[in-house]
Write a protein that binds this ligand. Structure first.
Ligand code: ZN
Ligand code: ZN
Length: 151
């Protein structure tokens, strides 16, 4: 799906939930979708400043908060950076991230079996999780192949 189509879908999802995907929010989401790699708030601010001279950190943080609340993006805590959500329904799924330490790519997997196993393990201990973010660091398939001699 093209970035433009993804933005249209996001705008519709926001309208359904109440809350408009304003021009600024759309722009920030567009930057995250186009990046193809996780972006920090300051990287977003730098890119935003190319078209919005008056952009300041709170401008970006407010837009990010909205996009996070609408589950259009995720925050990768260990990188302190933001990636688009792969879940087309933008349900409240738990996300797991595979973070490549050599090229910096982040791949989201939303594996229900992982989420369920974690939930069950927690509830056996009487623990009630409010959020669960799993970040796995390692090497992505391209980097593994590259290290093996490009085969
Ligand atoms: Zn997601
Ligand atoms: Zn890699």
């Amino acid at each position: 799906m093209s970035v433009a189509a993804q933005l249209e879908e996001a705008a519709r999802a926001c309208a359904r939930e109440g809350g408009a995907l304003t021009e600024l929010r759309r722009q920030v989401l567009g930057l995250i979708l186009e990046a193809g790699a996780p972006l920090t708030a300051y990287q977003l601010l730098d890119r935003l400043k190319e078209t919005r001279k008056g952009a300041v950190p709170p401008t970006v943080y407010r837009a990010l908060d909205f996009l996070l609340a609408r589950r259009l993006i995720h925050k990768v805590e260990s990188l302190n950076a933001f990636v688009p959500c792969i879940g087309p329904a933008h349900d409240g799924h738990q996300a797991q991230f595979l973070i490549c330490r050599s090229c910096g790519s982040v791949t989201e997997i939303a594996d229900e079996a992982v989420a369920r196993a974690l939930g069950e393990a927690a509830s056996r201990l009487g623990f009630r999780p409010s959020s669960a973010l799993i970040e796995v660091s390692g090497a992505c398939v391209q980097c593994v192949r590259g290290a093996a001699g490009g085969r």
